[in-house]
Ligand binder design. Structure first.
Ligand code: FAD
Length: 461
């Protein structure tokens, strides 16, 4: 047994843990990060980045396949083909560059990365099981950043043709028939990608609608596009188990059989709070999430928790922001979690961005609002990119024009997430955005015009 000690021990090297480790190292705190897989966590290895690479490849292929002499742009490109193994190798190259980059950044910051599985012996002592001799580390402060994992349905255990998002991002061929169980963002993003690559895709969703976190104005263009791509969306339909040919499901009390070569189960993610000796710490919990305060402290002195293991929204940028904040607090800086918005982006086609309050949420909070909406059909850049579906919407206080929320749907709109976040976090009012010169022709002009519309004097509609 090797005995080590440090000021800060971080368990998990995902976006939460590695950002915390980089920042604490930069601030001169003696830090160790323990990671049992590859640095970068879910996000870099099997989540955000590989899924967006696959989505991009599928988009490029689909554009070529659609052409076949029919493109209104005057382009012909007959007979496109996809070699998925090469696509996946290209995606893996991006992942390797990024995970290697994370290791380099930790090193540059003076933070040590140890590969192995951590288990708490008590609130300050952790044992690391690894290929070499086990290590015992005593730390002044511990940050739990163990992340999350896909939820498995007991009647559809992962294995064989039943896969999670992790396997879906590493297939060696395009499945002829893909059934996706769960109409949340992960299932729809990956389902859309495979539909574009040629799979016959069926989405099975138990609820009466897809993407329940967004209002129906935002999801309608996505629904239309799924239909155009030939994706069958079966709402109010419950998966029941495997059948001889694929998935057995139930809709309106009737059993249906959905033939499938692959069944992708994306019914949510569960926090990784049941391993690593965490239950033995008797931390306060909210369900399976670790309860934290506005500085990410848990109920135990010297134990912090960040990222997916602490609650919704389970998003990489929330984990990173928490990781950075905790490092700065430990270095003596005054920081609290005081976010007006955590942007959420859904990379379907078209994409959805939501920041701050929706009109419904503002109404439920008893705030009188005005809204302004501008469609991409009236935006020159969107027209020139064949991306006219969708709009930008602003929600502002009626009494003083303070912007409370910004939402939008459209191809390429994910790039407006930063502008939306800045507008809300900087406490902008409608006339602040109205007075800013927006470059022409860009999708961002739709944000400008939505604010003008809310003020009652839009120019281009
Ligand atoms: P994780 O990234 O899960 O990292 C936790 C790390 O801890 C893991 O590397 C794990 O190996 C390690 N670990 C756990 N237990 C131990 C232990 N006992 N010892 C040592 N190491 C341990 N988010 C977005 O913001 N945008 C997106 O577009 C997006 N797309 C996604 C697409 C998919 C397909 C998936 C699955 C997720 C996506 N997410 C996205 C979510 C995002 O990946 C997570 O929110 C983010 O990774 C959470 O970061 P984290 O640091 O909390 O945990």
């Amino acid at each position: 047994m090797i005995d080590l000690s440090c000021k800060l021990l971080i368990i998990g090297g995902g976006p939460g843990g590695y950002v915390c480790g980089i920042r604490s190292g930069q601030l001169g705190i003696e830090t160790i990060v323990v990671e049992e897989a590859k640095a970068g966590g879910t996000c870099l290895n099997v989540g955000c980045i590989p899924s967006k690479a696959l989505i991009h490849a599928a988009h490029e292929f689909h554009k070529l396949a659609l052409f076949d002499g029919r493109s209104p742009l005057g382009i012909t490109a007959a007979g496109p083909a996809i070699d998925l193994a090469r696509t996946i190798a290209w995606k893996d190259g991006i992942v390797d560059r990024l995970t290697g980059g994370v290791e380099g950044l930790l090193k540059k910051a003076g933070t040590r990365l140890i590969h192995g599985t951590a288990e708490f012996l008590d609130g300050k002592t952790v044992q690391i099981t690894r290929d070499g001799e086990p290590i015992r580390i005593v730390a002044e402060t511990v940050v739990i950043a163990t992340g999350s994992e896909p939820v498995e349905l007991p009647f559809l255990a992962f294995g064989g043709k039943v896969i999670s998002s992790t396997e879906a991002l590493a297939l060696d061929s395009v499945p002829e028939r893909l059934v996706v169980v769960g109409g949340g963002y992960i299932g729809l993003e990956i389902g859309t990608a495979y539909a574009k690559l040629g799979s016959a895709v069926t989405v099975v969703e138990a609820m009466p609608r897809i993407l329940p976190q967004y209002d129906s104005a935002l999801t309608r263009p996505v629904m239309t596009s799924l239909e155009t791509l030939g994706i069958k969306v079966l709402l109010n339909t419950r998966a029941k188990g495997l059948s001889d040919t694929g998935l057995s499901a139930e809709t309106d009390g009737e059993s249906i059989d959905l033939p499938a070569d692959r069944i992708l189960v994306t019914v949510g993610r569960r926090p990784r709070s049941q391993g690593a000796g965490i239950p033995g710490l008797s931390l306060d919990m909210i369900g399976q999430f670790i309860r934290i305060d506005e500085t990410c402290r848990t109920s135990m002195r010297g134990v912090y928790a960040i990222g997916d293991v602490t609650g919704e929204p389970m998003l990489a940028h929330r984990a990173m922001a928490q990781g950075e904040m905790v490092a700065e607090i430990l270095a003596g800086k005054k920081r609290v979690w005081d976010k007006a918005c955590i942007p959420a982006v859904c990379f379907t086609d078209p994409e959805i961005v939501a920041c701050g309050l929706s009109p419904e949420e503002a109404k439920s909070a008893g705030i009188e609002t005005i809204t302004g909406q501008f469609p991409f059909t009236a935006n020159g850049r969107a027209m020139s990119m064949e991306a006219e579906s969708g709009f930008v919407r602003v929600v502002a206080r009626k009494d003083n024009g303070l912007i409370l929320g910004l939402q939008g749907v459209g191809s390429g709109i994910s790039e407006l997430a930063a502008a939306f976040g800045i507008a809300i976090e900087m406490g902008s009012r409608l006339d602040d955005i109205a007075a800013i010169i927006h470059a022409h022709p860009t999708l961002g002009e739709a944000l400008h015009e939505a604010c003008l519309k809310a003020l009652g004097h839009s120019l281009h509609i």
